[in-house]
Design a protein around this ligand. Structure first.
Ligand code: GDP
Ligand code: MG
Length: 151
């Protein structure tokens, strides 16, 4: 089982898409290990988007991410990192594949509704960056045997 980090960005909150996006991830079979709302500080965003520091659009990305609180999720499942990434679609939402969250609901590079960890290594850094150990839950899911039948 892998854990991955998802953030439902301020455009998801503003556009009342939190439930829709959460439902898609949940219906796929991903288990919710953590779920909360939070405001992102400058410090947290500098860390989270450290690969973008220095890019001309970085200040805009930061202020966008601070427009409203975001919904942070930790999702669990076999290959959850790649699975969630595929469900999200590519960064440039206008060109994201139909059927993906970005492909179905977004038009922008910046306002693309959702963040998800891009690799297992990243996920292992991002989950503890957003969730304290006591905010993450381990429990059995009644349908897991069916969900992963023969993996
Ligand atoms: P992601 O992993 O698909 O979210 O993409 P990145 O890690 O490359 O970038 C992080 C986030 O920064 C993206 O989801 C966008 O919200 C934003 N971003 C990336 N590239 C651009 C850009 O060229 N312009 C603007 N305004 N925002 C961008
Ligand atoms: Mg990224």
């Amino acid at each position: 089982m892998e854990r991955t980090l998802v953030l439902l960005k301020p455009d998801a909150v503003q556009r009342d898409l939190v439930g829709e996006i959460l439902a898609r991830l949940e219906r796929k079979g991903l288990k919710i290990a953590g779920l909360k709302m939070m405001r992102l500080s400058d410090e947290l965003l500098n860390e989270h988007y450290s690969h973008l520091v220095g890019r001309p659009f970085f200040p805009e990305v930061k202020s966008f991410m601070q427009l409203t609180p975001v919904v942070a999720l930790c999702l669990e499942g076999i290959d959850s990192v790649n699975t969630v990434r595929a469900i999200c679609g590519i960064t440039k939402a206008r060109e994201a594949a139909p059927g993906t969250i970005r492909g179905e609901f977004a038009m922008s590079v910046q306002a693309n509704l959702i963040h998800c960890s891009d690799s297992l290594e990243t996920a292992q850094v991002e989950v503890p960056r957003f969730f304290k150990p006591e905010e993450l839950f381990t429990y059995s899911d009644a349908l897991e045997g069916y969900l992963y039948n023969s993996s």
